[in-house]
Ligand binder design. Sequence first.
Ligand SMILES: *Cc1c(COP(=O)(O)O)cnc(C)c1O
Length: 377
Amino acid sequence: MTALATAAGAANLGQGFPDTDGPLWVREIARAAILDGANQYPPGRGIPELRSAIAAHQLRHYGITVDPESEVMVSAGATEALTATLLAFVGPGDEVVTLEPFYDSYAAAIAMSGAEHRTVPLRATADGFRLVEADLRAAMSARTRILLINSPHNPTGTVLRPDELRMIADAAQASDAIVVTDEVYEHLTFDGAVHTPLATLPGMAERTISISSAGKTFSLTGWKIGWATGPADLISHVLTVKQFLTYSGGAPLQPAIARALSDGDADIRELRDSLAERRDVLVAGLHTAGFPTSQTEGTYFVCADAKPFLTDATPDGDAFARALPELAGVACVPLSAFCAPGSEAARSVASWVRFTFVKDRSVLDTAIDRLRAFAAE
Ligand SMILES: *Cc1c(COP(=O)(O)O)cnc(C)c1O
């Protein structure tokens, strides 16, 4: 979509990366670290300073206690931690359950592991995309080894609520499954929506690997500094796989992220408030253009139903999103791109598209003007 957007000179609300780089003081620390000699392989688990900062972050925000020596692992972004975890615990004959729509790397990493990918559709309701217990039950089986949960959820903007988290915890315990959480948007929630890590639910810490990253929290997506926390025996298996993926990386970036996690709470609040404002601008603009939207409580994204604009030439969200850069000068992504081809979820979100609001205000305003002009044609 980014290639199509560039070719058409479109306002790119497709790919979710920020227009504005993260805090200057964090980038200065990384620059100083390069000049001060942090340029050789860091330890496979990550530098002690960053592991301590991650442990302190988990305690300060969520009351989770992890031992920085044995229960924390730094990774090349959340993506590497997710892939290493899947490769560590599943293979042919195992099943991995995820929500659907799902982040694209999940299907690829599950396929690489040889395991089977089962999904639980999130259902579009007046209250946003929500999890239904019967769907979760139907996806679980005796072969479910991992339940991989993303909240706040990309692409729907859903922040799972206490009753939904409890359903997941119950299902994992009943199937004796490991829960892997993708919490990269943990700090980007709006309207008082609260992100609760699954590891904080009763009995869950011992079976949960929590994964996050500095990319989204600090608008430093290209740094690829992520981490996994969880029980020492589980983390040691993940580390064994990670050893032969990257071994380690990001030497000068690790001390900068350690400081960001310790001293960056004001920067996080600023980003969250600014994102909430930009979400409001985009949602209002989409409404004036005639797009129904789904309630978004977190992440970088809002989902819109393109149904009012579908035609014979653009009969579904996929065709609509491909044509929109030419038709309107705006780029978005179809929700079907986050679904297994032909799945029930893919059919139910067939007319939906995702717009990102992690863009400068001027880009959002341009996109809204163009969508309104397109809608008026
Ligand atoms: C961006 C994103 C990731 C990737 O995180 P990195 O730290 O860049 O690897 C993982 N999961 C979701 C849901 C994302 O949106």
